[in-house]
Design a protein around this ligand. Sequence first.
Ligand code: NI
Length: 218
Amino acid sequence: MAIPRKSLAHVAASAVLASLVLLPIASKNVGAQSPAVEIPELPPPTAGSFSLVDHTGRSVTDKDFRGAYLLIYFGYTFCPDVCPTGLQAMSDAIDLLGRQGDAVQPIFVSVDPDRDTAEVMADYVDFFHPRLRGLTGTSEQVAAAAKGYGVRYFKLYYPSFGDDDDQGDDAENTDYAVSHSAFTYLVGPDGRGLATFAHGTWPEDLAREIRRHLDTAS
Ligand code: NI
């Protein structure tokens, strides 16, 4: 199929124009690395042991996952946007890996066990990836799992007005958000922490780093 001469000329003109416009900006950055595409290097996670309950109600420990690469994220289902973004990036990264992604088990650990029951987790993980395992447990189990990964979290109660019924930080009050660290962790088949990814890491960058680890291992 012939490409109309006019549009070719237009493309050429646009390219010249673009290079003229971009040249002064680009030349400023010669020799310097663009901070926009650089992934911050974070220390790998401590990847401690855990004993939790999965979204089907089954008890699981870290030992049950030996032999698989784990992509782990700690958060909570009521999270307005940080967790959904992180879990979506994780899921997209696994899909980007294609067949290689089968070696990676995505895991979402709740830091809000009071509200995130196994049933709530089951509904939630479904939104993101068919293989995403949701883990929760008692407050003590979750606290121990989080500590093992150096994850920090705390409840932030919303101010309530007028009505005295639902105030204070007692177990009855469900009017809260959970502030939590939002890293994605890659753990090796031997249970050793391999990489920590900052919140906001693009799925493509996640996939590339995971692939690097998978390739060096095989
Ligand atoms: Ni969150």
